[in-house]
Ligand binder design. Structure first.
Ligand SMILES: Nc1nc2c(c(=O)[nH]1)N[C@H]1C(S)=C(S)[C@@H](COP(=O)(O)OP(=O)(O)OC[C@H]3O[C@@H](n4cnc5c(=O)[nH]c(N)nc54)[C@H](O)[C@@H]3O)O[C@H]1N2
Ligand SMILES: Nc1nc2c(c(=O)[nH]1)N[C@H]1C(S)=C(S)[C@@H](COP(=O)(O)OP(=O)(O)OC[C@H]3O[C@@H](n4cnc5c(=O)[nH]c(N)nc54)[C@H](O)[C@@H]3O)O[C@H]1N2
Ligand code: SF4
Ligand SMILES: [Mo]
Length: 866
């Protein structure tokens, strides 16, 4: 069975064998057989515990039919009293296109308001605005094959080595095969992605507009304008005039870069015939995100570096179906099939749907939507495939809004998330491997996700749940599909409906697929129509764009510098992703293998900044913004700029006591796109005072109370928590952990050390180790004891000691594919392994998905820490 990975926008094809083992699909053009560690671990996420298997209404389990009746009745009551504007849908780039199409049709075409928005607002909204303003259409011009053809690849605001790992591996391979290829990374942090870079520009956060305005001016100054492009462009004069003040010196000063370094980049860009710029959240998640997008597209347009192999402005999509959501009109400010809200377009859509009504003006965008919920204007919200209480900025306010909202419907695959706890009605959705449909990746490639395991419990596809409620609201005829292929055909037909070459998104060539042909559909890049029956890899080769005049538009970058300041909060906090976790961790957080690489929330900062605020590597810190605070472990990182912090976005209330980044992040938005500036929050930092720190292994997930800090990580057979508390560890343990019918084995050491094992009928129930500072333990030994307890008293005492006496602990895991840790790697280095290849031969590390290669190289360069 072939399917598509449900994580990032690379959209890798996977093959699943009869036992559910997942490998890369060698025939899929996106990955040609490769997978990253998240994709390779997909098999471990099937049959996960904690699934939502039954519907619940007001906390009580009920039959699904009753829950659907209840949802429809309550929605109807709200609409009758308050009108359709009081209802909203908040959807996700992780839904399938068919699900998404139905959600949008229900909201905009039948309820008649446009209050459907999606987590893509936090992700792609600025890119959509950028492309639409430049090309007249939300159309990504490039494809992955361009990686192999480019002379220069610019990665800006993208940590692709960790976030689009297979794409990054393709880049690495291309560079290896063609060593003349150059790579530049532009990111305030030196990340794993800088591993490939010939040049890294650690620019000041939010200064990308200045950097690319400076490049535009440089192109004009250095005769690097492609004059054959000029007849195809509008807005050239104003845009060049706006860029004129951005001399090299001024841009370098604004970006806080050495002008020589910046000039090196400008020269590389100018001198390279084929340049590909890849960008992601460092550009989009900014209060000037849309302008930063246009600043990038501008330089490609003016220099003629697009529409050819190896060239173009390529915005990477985050989620597996971020692009599909854009196609169906999942964003509140557009209609389906790339249509806007002009009268002609609204009429056309209504004609096609034969619907009673159609939304005539844009609806509320994500941040505004939850504000309207908080004000009581939106009284019902249906959340599908996203976890806004964890992932929206000002998370505590969003949680508050959901708590007071009269009707919250949540469709999810997991029972307990930060958002499901606010649900009045909880609907069990089918997850990956269980559901059937299509997704579109970063390069416009439509691929199939296929079902290969039977539906668990009463879970149903998202499209079906939506259609059932629509039917109960009286829209039966328009929502009567029996199979997702029917929905796909309708979506494909709409894309071609009265299109006449005016809308980039056109897959009318797929509108006649039989159910069978849809099921067998091979990955294909849109457009797929009479002109491109087999799809189309690159757009704009003919230099015809989608504005009415057929030209592309250069756009002056109005405010090229984003600035954040907040009295009393002198540091700037950036946030983003780590290699092995996916967003709010509902799936990846349950897989022990994926928790090995980074197992705790952290806050990264430069050694000098750490010192300035009284912190050292491994300390617990408290980070505070005007909105909230969090606790995290300090990671000293020489790749950070001074006075800046970086925190992973992943940890939330299910995985840690108080380490939720979005509780701190403010909801400042880009005025053009409504996308929040998630990368920049003004904060301060200080040590988190604790009496003791420790580790607790236990069999269940329930978190203990009375602590200052905890974060949990699943192990095979147990949950492991990192803890910190006040007072004496023993007092806390006595109060919290003393459980009946357990044999306790205790050790009280000098200097505040305390250890405790609890046994029941010879099986280890919990293990607790505490000291004033976090003790170093033999984790492998302790975890193993939950599956196979020590045979004799000596073994039990050794376990209570917990120390690394036997020296068999691998250390911090670097390679998740083969569980190879830093200690093991250092030992091999001491024995003469001096290259990633030698380490791979000796230990296999780096030979699986390859995502750890940047870190292996880093280890080879750095001496062991004392
Ligand atoms: N492992 C993993 N992969 C993922 C995901 C995941 O959760 N986990 N999520 C997927 C999704 S939905 C998305 S959207 C993508 C996101 O993929 P990326 O955007 O690559 O990931 P982030 O870590 O959010 O941020 C990228 C970089 O932007 C930098 N940055 C911050 N501010 C600025 C700035 O002002 N200018 C510039 N130039 N750079 C800046 C940050 O330092 C960071 O290194 O990842 C996708 N892939
Ligand atoms: N501070 C900060 N915040 C951020 C970001 C950042 O960089 N920094 N990045 C932002 C970005 S780019 C994104 S994309 C968002 C992501 O944020 P979210 O979308 O909130 O994160 P996920 O954990 O992916 O949530 C997906 C939810 O859908 C459920 N689910 C999985 N499969 C299915 C399914 O098939 N059907 C249904 N109905 N449910 C399913 C999962 O269990 C989970 O609860 O976070 C944003 N928030
Ligand atoms: S690169 Fe992205 S799509 Fe490919 S296997 Fe990894 S997470 Fe999945
Ligand atoms: Mo995203």
């Amino acid at each position: 069975m072939k399917s598509t990975c449900p994580y990032c926008g690379v959209g890798c094809g996977v093959s699943v064998d009869a036992d559910g083992a997942v490998t890369g699909d060698v025939s899929h053009p996106a990955n040609l057989g490769r997978l990253c560690v998240k994709g390779a671990a997909l098999g471990d996420t099937l049959h996960a515990s904690g699934r939502l298997l039954r519907a619940r209404v007001d906390g009580e389990p009920v039959a699904l039919e009753r829950a659907l009746d209840n949802a429809a009745a309550r929605l109807r009551a709200i609409i009758e009293r308050h009108g359709p504007e009081a209802v909203a849908i908040y959807a996700s780039g992780q839904l399938l296109t068919e699900d998404y199409y139905v959600a949008n049709k229900l909201m905009k075409g039948y309820l008649g308001a446009a209050n459907i928005d999606t987590n893509s607002r936090l992700c792609m909204a600025s890119a959509v605005v950028g492309y639409k303003r430049a090309f007249g259409a939300d159309a990504v011009p490039c494809c992955y094959e361009d990686f192999a053809e480019a002379d220069l690849v610019v990665l800006v605001g993208s940590n692709a080595a960790w976030t689009h790992p297979v794409a990054y591996q393709r880049l690495a391979q291309a560079k290896q095969q063609r060593p003349t290829m150059r790579v530049v990374t532009i990111d305030p942090r030196r990340t794993a992605s800088a591993d490939l870079a010939d040049l890294h520009l650690p620019l000041r956060p939010g200064s990308d507009g200045a950097l690319f305005s400076g490049l535009l001016h440089w192109l004009a100054q250095h005769g690097a304008i492609d004059s054959s492009m000029l007849p195809h462009l509008s807005g050239v004069e104003e845009t060049l005039a706006a860029a004129q003040p951005w001399t090299l010196a001024r841009a370098a000063a604004a970006c806080e870069l050495e002008s020589g370094l910046l000039a090196q980049f400008y020269r590389l860009f100018t001198d390279s015939d084929r340049v590909l710029t890849l960008w992601c959240m460092g550009i989009n998640q900014s209060a000037a995100g849309s302008d930063h997008n246009n600043a990038i597209v501008n330089v490609h347009l003016l220099s003629g570096k697009l529409g050819r192999a190896g060239c173009g402005p390529f915005s990477l999509t985050g989620q597996p179906n971020a692009m599909g959501g854009r196609e169906v009109g999942g964003l509140a400010n557009q209609l389906a099939a790339h249509m806007g809200f002009s009268d002609a377009e609204c009429d056309r859509l209504q004609r096609f749907w034969r619907s009673p009504t159609v939304a005539r003006r844009p609806g509320l965008t994500a941040v505004a939507l939850f504000e309207a919920v908080a004000r009581g204007e939106v009284k019902a919200v249906w959340i599908l495939g996203t976890n806004p209480a964890a992932s929206m900025p000002e998370g505590n306010r969003v949680a508050q809004a959901l708590a007071t909202c009269p009707l919250v419907i949540v469709s999810d695959v997991m029972a307990n998330t930060d958002t499901t706890r606010f649900a009045d009605i909880l609907l069990p959705a089918l997850g990956w491997g269980e559901k059937n449909g299509t997704v579109t990746n970063s390069e416009r490639r439509i691929s199939r996700q296929r079902a290969f395991v039977p539906p668990p419990g009463e879970a149903k596809p998202d499209w079906w749940l939506l259609a059932q409620v629509a039917q109960r609201l009286g829209f039966g005829d328009a929502f009567s599909w029996q199979h997702p292929a029917e929905i796909f055909r309708e979506h494909a037909a709409l894309s071609g409906f009265e299109n006449h070459g005016q809308r980039a998104f056109d897959i009318s060539g797929l509108a006649q697929l039989s159910d069978d042909a849809w099921d067998r559909l091979k990955p294909v890049q849109w457009p797929v129509n009479a002109r491109f029956p087999a799809g189309c890899a690159r757009l704009f080769g003919d230099r015809r764009f989608y504005h009415a005049d057929g030209k592309a538009r250069l756009l002056p970058c109005a405010a090229p510098l984003e600035t954040v300041s907040d009295e009393g909060y002198p540091l700037l906090m950036n946030s983003g992703r780590i290699r092995d976790q996916w967003h709010t961790m509902t799936r990846t957080g349950a897989v022990p293998r994926l928790m090995q690489h980074i197992d705790e929330p952290f806050i990264a900062l430069h050694p000098a900044t750490a010192q300035r605020w009284g912190l050292a590597d491994g300390d617990l810190a408290r980070v505070q913004s005007a909105r909230g605070w969090m606790a995290a472990r300090v990671r000293v990182d020489g790749g950070m700029r001074l006075n800046e912090l970086f925190a992973p976005m992943h940890w939330n209330r299910q995985f840690a006591l108080q380490s939720h980044v979005d509780a701190l992040v403010t909801a400042r938005c880009c005025p053009a796109s409504g996308q929040p500036a998630l990368k920049q929050t003004a904060v301060r930092i200080q040590p988190l005072p604790t009496g003791w720190q420790g580790w607790l292994w236990q069999r269940n997930i329930e978190a203990p109370s009375g602590l200052r800090y905890w974060a949990r990580a699943p192990q095979a057979g147990a949950q492991r928590l990192t803890l910190a508390g006040d007072g004496a560890a023993r007092d806390w343990a006595q109060a919290q952990l003393a459980t009946q019918n357990m044999q306790l084995q205790e050790a009280v050491g000098a200097a505040g050390e305390y250890r405790l094992l609890a046994w029941r009928e010879g099986a280890l129930q919990l293990a607790f180790y505490a000291a004033p500072r976090l003790p170093t333990l033999d984790h492998a030994q302790i975890t193993a004891a939950f599956r196979a307890p020590p045979a004799d008293a000596a073994g039990r005492f050794a376990l209570l000691a917990g120390s690394r006496a036997r020296g068999n602990d691998a250390g911090r895991i670097i390679c998740s594919c083969f569980s190879v840790g830093e200690t093991t790697i250092r030992q091999a280095m001491a024995q003469g392994c001096d290259s990633p290849a030698a380490l791979g031969n000796a230990l296999k590390c780096g030979t699986g998905c390859g995502s750890c290669l940047p870190e292996l190289k880093q280890l080879l360069l750095t001496p062991a820490r004392a």
